[in-house]
Design a protein around this ligand. Structure first.
Ligand code: FES
Length: 118
């Protein structure tokens, strides 16, 4: 299993999102992670509408209320808990979830699993 460290768990603030670049040549984040009171949720940073990255700015993936993921291009809104699109041009589609691992104070992603899914 090829796990990759993303960050220390205490670097993720409840109610905020963070993007992670996995490729050395990436121009945009590859993964989105959001921490809520219910835990950590991770998705590929790829909007189901066009496949484009969704951040408004670096690490900004949430709508103004902080309760939904919002695509910065055409505004599609996704539930944080399961990535389901509630409204927008890709309504009823979902973000692609990634497998997050919390261990010894670190957040990791299982790259083998992610590569098989992509
Ligand atoms: S690219 Fe995300 S809503 Fe169009």
């Amino acid at each position: 299993m090829a796990e990759q460290r993303l960050c220390r768990l205490d670097a993720l603030v409840e109610g905020q999102s963070k993007g992670f670049m996995l490729r050395p040549d990436a121009r945009y984040a590859d993964l989105i992670v959001v921490r809520t009171a219910c835990g950590l949720f991770g998705y590929r940073n790829r909007c189901p509408h066009t496949g484009a990255p969704m951040e408004w700015e670096t690490d900004r993936f949430l709508d103004i209320s902080g309760t939904l993921i919002q695509c910065g291009i055409h505004g599609a809104l996704f539930r944080i808990e399961d990535g389901y699109c509630l409204s927008g041009p890709c309504a009823r589609q979902s973000l692609q979830a990634v497998t997050l691992i919390e261990r010894d104070g670190w957040l990791l992603v299982d790259m083998d699993l992610e590569q098989r899914r992509s």
